[in-house]
Design a protein around this ligand. Sequence first.
Ligand SMILES: [Mg+2]
Length: 393
Amino acid sequence: MSEALRAMPAGAGKLTIRDVTAYAVSFPVDAAGSVQLGVGRTVKRDAVVVKVTTECGLVGFGESHHGRAHTTIAHFINTALRDMALGQDAGDTVGLWRKIYKSQLQGMGLGAACVLAMSGLDMALWDIRGKAAGLPLYRLLGAQRRALPAYAGGVALGWQEPELLADEAQRHVESGLKAVKLRIGDTPERDLARIRAVRKRLGDGIEILTDAMMSYRLDDARKVVPAMDELGVGWLEEPFAAHDYQNYETARAFGRVAFAAGENHYTRFEFTRLLETNAVSILQPDLSKAGGITEVLRIAALASAYHLPVHLHSSMTGINMAATIHVMTALDNAGYFEADVSRNNHFRDTLVRMPYRVDAEGCVHAPDGPGLGVEVDEDFIAAHPPIEGPAYR
Ligand SMILES: [Mg+2]
């Protein structure tokens, strides 16, 4: 064996998958931490954590978005996907993605459950690949550590009285962030009152982004979009359901504010359709939803060909947040990182230790350990079994 081969880390060869286990986890949200959004008021948080172990003893973690059916997603991983993954090479992320695509997506459609499930599995494999190579994920993907601008997002900045919302937005700006995302999708009048109050409080130097969480009708958008242009809003996210392509195209004529979408679009195939509308210019795939790191790299390349930025969505656990920063560090068309400013998110602060901090310039940096660079507290998982029922009421 050559010197070069002898110098390879022990795990950098074949990484046979020995085990795959998904855990559905939950914690209740008390009244003080609850936020009213376009999809309801938060009453609990759910997540799905995926653990993959290789024959050589490496362990990788990923997150599948819960899809409002966290125990179902975990069960799907622990049965169908586990069967397909055991004995496969964890380093062959493209091959395993193709195998699942052929078995499930090609014939059964791009329905969310399988894509959510395979997203967490794929993320765990990339964690293993980084650990096997002894490199942080962003290095594995071909990048240097660099600052990424972040905005105040996550489950926060909801349907409050305008002045209370301005108070909250101001606190986030005082912590260093230069952009905030407001949850709208209430009535056009109340939404615009909130945006006006925040603009007045923060001045013109702070970017205001908005998210209607699919709650608008065309007439709502007709009223809101021209006013958003006057108020200098940076983007209007998901005014309509992900599949209402016609509405996005019709509403495009109402004004100039950029439309954002993608957190509820799956795989490069749905993003191709989204790009072809020419109505959405801010793309927001989520690594834990759209098909994992393997697939989001493809989606980002597609967007790059259209000269469009990619602002990855993330909201639940620090596992996905860390992965998101790594991947965005390595994209040449990365936009904002969505910094989760929600209160008491134990999936961000305790399941893993908070994987980033916002600096004085409003930027974040990727963790520097191998793989995703986070340590998952398995005692936390054991102590937080799933709670059934809706997360929003
Ligand atoms: Mg959103």
